[in-house]
Design a protein around this ligand. Structure first.
Ligand code: PMV
Length: 319
């Protein structure tokens, strides 16, 4: 028997970093990049093989992985939740098109796909809240102090308005909108950026609290614009959020180059997305200007540009 399950990538639209400090943030799934986990019967206990962008590991017995290895951590948590007591004889293969440490949620997507595939293989159900909680525990290994937004948006696969620790809301997107997502190609581990921001916050809490407040206000305004069908107005808020992220200290020269290129190419606004210091940026585009913006980003050094449409069903179908 052989089964597969997938999980999408994600981007943070507004509110990264501030979300760690209890301010609202908005994130959306990105189906154009994803992870597929396949589980098949073999002999010899659990083995794992990973073919990810930026990390390939040969078939490895789970027992050879460190206890804090994120793959070992999600597999053992998922098996426990599924009441599989003995080590089953299965091979788990992970294939991913999400760059690692690029702000697109690769860690949470790998964990979600594995949990879903194991549930399918054993003919059981794991609900989105169960998977999200499990993935959050594993995210702590990647991130240190994750806000919980990545596991939420990826496990629920819906646009999410999130305020740590309890507000998880989806919202309607009556007028879909398009984003160009461009990769600097620079891997930027979230744990390092988040740790640096924490040290800066500890050194000057008043300044950082007020920067985080500005991010939170922007996220609230953005949600209102999306819900009332005016996503074309989001550009100014993206520019504003990026300005604050620059002040927080998480931009870098390569991101700035891509942002200017996107704006010159016709995007209505742009910002870094995720932890910053590399990773990905996003720009608000339209069908009319997306080709121009994509070309401008590639000419400015983007390693990859993905165009995605943000859309959603109304909240009645939500969490
Ligand atoms: O780089 P990413 O997408 O994993 O995003 C991190 C987002 C932060 O707000 C910086 C951290 C977090 O846990 O929310």
């Amino acid at each position: 028997m052989k089964v597969s399950a997938q999980a999408p990538g994600k981007i943070i639209l507004f509110g990264e970093h501030a979300v760690v400090y209890g301010r609202p943030a908005i994130a959306v799934p990105v189906a154009q990049v994803n992870v597929r986990a396949t589980v098949e019967a073999t002999g010899g206990g659990v083995t794992v093989e990973s073919r990810e962008r930026g990390r390939q590991t040969p078939q490895t017995p789970m027992g050879d992985l460190a206890d804090d290895d994120p793959l070992a951590a999600i597999i053992s948590r998922a098996l426990r939740s599924l009441d599989i007591a003995d080590s089953p004889n299965i091979k788990i293969t992970i294939e991913s098109t999400i760059p690692i440490a690029g702000g697109l949620g690769s860690g949470a997507a790998v964990s979600t796909a594995i949990a879903r595939a194991l549930a399918k293989y054993f003919g059981r159900e794991l609900t989105a809240p169960q998977i999200s909680a499990m993935v959050y525990e594993v995210e702590k290994i990647h991130h240190g102090t994750p806000s919980g937004i990545d596991n939420t948006v990826i496990a629920f696969e819906k646009p999410v308005y999130y305020v740590r620790p309890h507000v998880i809301e989806t919202f309607s997107v009556p007028v879909p909108f398009r984003l160009a997502i461009a990769d600097t190609g620079i891997a930027s581990p979230t744990k390092i950026a988040v740790g640096d921001v924490r040290r800066a916050w500890e050194a000057d809490k008043a300044k950082y609290e007020s920067l985080f407040d500005r991010c939170g206000d922007i996220a609230k305004q953005a949600r209102a614009l999306i819900e009332c069908g005016q996503p074309g107005e989001l550009g100014a808020l993206m520019n504003e959020n990026h300005k604050v992220l620059r002040e927080i200290g998480v931009s870098c020269a390569e991101l700035e180059t891509l942002l200017s290129a996107a704006i010159k190419g016709g995007a209505a606004g742009a910002k870094l997305s995720g932890a910053g210091r590399g990773g990905n940026m996003i720009a608000l585009v339209t069908e009319a200007n997306e080709a121009n913006v994509r070309d401008a980003l590639l000419r400015a050094g983007a390693k990859r540009v993905v165009i995605t449409e943000v859309s959603a069903l109304p909240p009645s179908t939500g969490f």
